[in-house]
Structure formats: structure tokens, C-alpha cells
Design a protein around this ligand. Structure first.
Ligand SMILES: [Zn+2]
Length: 164
């Protein structure tokens, strides 16, 4: 499921004040702004990947390999190791969340809100499920002195992904 994220007030203000800028420049500065707000320097590599991940405001799930392929398809020359490092830097800075489907497959999610996932085991596709669509009953209490930080539900589907 894909949802548009509303621009923050700061982003709206920037778009308004820079109305004379071309849309491409506005998109570029939004990606750069995301990096700077997260405390990351805007290197060429980070900016290129941030534009793919964040510029259109759509939520997406990527693996290092899928993002590497996407960048290569746009003529952006980066090594897979650089893509992997940038994804972890973005995650550590709070721009992405890791969804671990199994020990060999980690997805990086641009949707930071509480939500769950359908996982299509044949295609490897991951789709969002809104948190409100899953009701959890009878969760055990956290052990003494512990706190449940997050509950992730992955519903595993053994059919191919829909074509939509
Ligand atoms: Zn997600």
C-alpha cells in the first residue's frame, strides 16, 4: 500500500518561498533538507540515494540490492557497499526503519509510522498494512523492568504479488 506523506510545515514554507524555483530544484533541496535535518552531511552519494528514496514523498521498501539496481538504472554509479553503508547511515539517523523478514533479507522502510506488513514470499514484495487493520489481543506483559518498544506483524503470503 502506498500513501502520500504530507510535507512538514518547514517543507511547505520552503516550497512556497521558492516558488520561482523549478520543480526539480525544489525536489532536490527537499532531499538535501531531509539529510541535513537528520544531521547528515549531503555528500553526492547520499543526496543521489535520498532523492530516489524521499523526493516524491511516496513510501517504499527497498533492499540494498534493489536500491543499487534503481540507482544504476538512473545512471548513478555507486558500489553496492556504498549503497549498503548509506542505507545504514540513514537508518541510524532516523530516516529509515529496518524490516527484517528473515535472517538473510532486510528491507529499509521509508514509512516510519507504526504499521505492519504483508510479505509475498515468492516475489519478495513487501506491502504496508495500516496499524489500525491489525488488532492484537492478549499480548504478554513485558518482563519486569522491560518495556515493549514496538510490535511488528508480518503476514507471509505464499502467492505472487498482485500486479497493481
Ligand atoms: Zn512498511
Amino acid at each position: 500500500m502506498t500513501t502520500l506523506r504530507k510535507p512538514s510545515p518547514a517543507q511547505r514554507a520552503e516550497i512556497t518561498s521558492d516558488a520561482a524555483k523549478s520543480m526539480a530544484e525544489a525536489v532536490e533541496s527537499t532531499a538535501g533538507q531531509r539529510l541535513r535535518q537528520a544531521g547528515l552531511r549531503t555528500t553526492r552519494q547520499r543526496l543521489a540515494l535520498a532523492e530516489i528514496l524521499f523526493a516524491d514523498g511516496l513510501d517504499r521498501h527497498v533492499t540494498a540490492e534493489s536500491l543499487y539496481a534503481c540507482a544504476a538504472g538512473q545512471g548513478i554509479k555507486l558500489s553496492l557497499a556504498t549503497v549498503y553503508n548509506c542505507l545504514h547511515q540513514f537508518t541510524n539517523a532516523g530516516l529509515l526503519r529496518i524490516v527484517t523478514v528473515d535472517s538473510g533479507r532486510a528491507y529499509f522502510d521509508t514509512n516510519l509510522s507504526q504499521h505492519h506488513h504483508f510479505y509475498y514470499e515468492k516475489s519478495g514484495d513487501l506491502r504496508d498494512i495500516p496499524a489500525s487493520h491489525v488488532q492484537l489481543a492478549n499480548l504478554p506483559q513485558a518482563p519486569a523492568g522491560q518495556r515493549i518498544s514496538r510490535v511488528d506483524v508480518i503476514l507471509r503470503l505464499d502467492d505472487a504479488a498482485p500486479t497493481s
